[in-house]
Design a protein. Sequence first.
Length: 319
Amino acid sequence: MQQDPEMPIWQDSSMDISRDIKQKSAADLEEHFPTLFCSQKAVSYTHLRAHETGVHILKRGEKAMSTLYMGADQETVAKYVLFSGDPWRVEVVKQYLENPKKVAFMREFNTYTGTYKGIEVTVTSTGIGAPSAAIAMEEMYEVGMEVAVRMGTVMSMQDDMLGHFLIPIAAMRREGTSQSYVDLSYPAVADIDLVNAMNETVVNMGKRYLNGLNCTMDGFYSNMHDSRFSLEWGRDMSETFEEVKKLGVTGIDMESSCMLTLGRLMGVKTCILTMVTVLENLKEKLTGQERTDAEDLLCRTALEGIYHYHMKMEGEKNE
């Protein structure tokens, strides 16, 4: 029976793939239909989801599609992905990459892929907050991301950490986005190997770090910093800060718990590398060249951390 070229293979009853695809391995499927399958760790609902096999069934002649919001595909994204909040910080990272190639700049998502000391790395941005960070995680996962590092800024609850690093081992999930994926009892926990690699890199860069707890919140002007409106409505930010400090929280931001939760659910090794640029309620902050230098150090540390992690993992494979 001749296959309709416009019909997805899994809809063709003569090939009977959809019935037993979950019982077949990716190798089995590729052996029998080598021109029809595109192997990847993460696949989209374009035609069929097949997590068990890691195989995405395409129409005849169909090419890998770009993701909806980021314009990325398997050919343009590396397995190592750095996530900056600020899309313009991506341009700083780009300067340290060899042969950087622009993937796309769509909405708040600015993406390049290049190499650093021979390791292929993608750097992209999330914008502010958990909802857009989740989109970035989803779309990078869809095209094959295996390791994710949030490379951002954070508000510290400890005054002596301004200009240094917070690399949390876990986070309180006070943002709503991760709750749309899984119950609040599910922990937002960083990958320990990545955390250790980043710790060692920070020390090598001459800075200090803390591996405390992060708290991720949705509202900057309702939870983290006074505004005209918050003052008119009688919001007392100090209550938030006193509460989280009693709980051992070292830093507050708007993305980390969501990214850690999704990374754990996706099987993507994920950690948070953040530079302290402000103290609670912005009572003190880095400004001017001091802020510029701190963010440059953040970018270099993230890249060195990825390289250090990669070399450690390769070394363990060879033992």
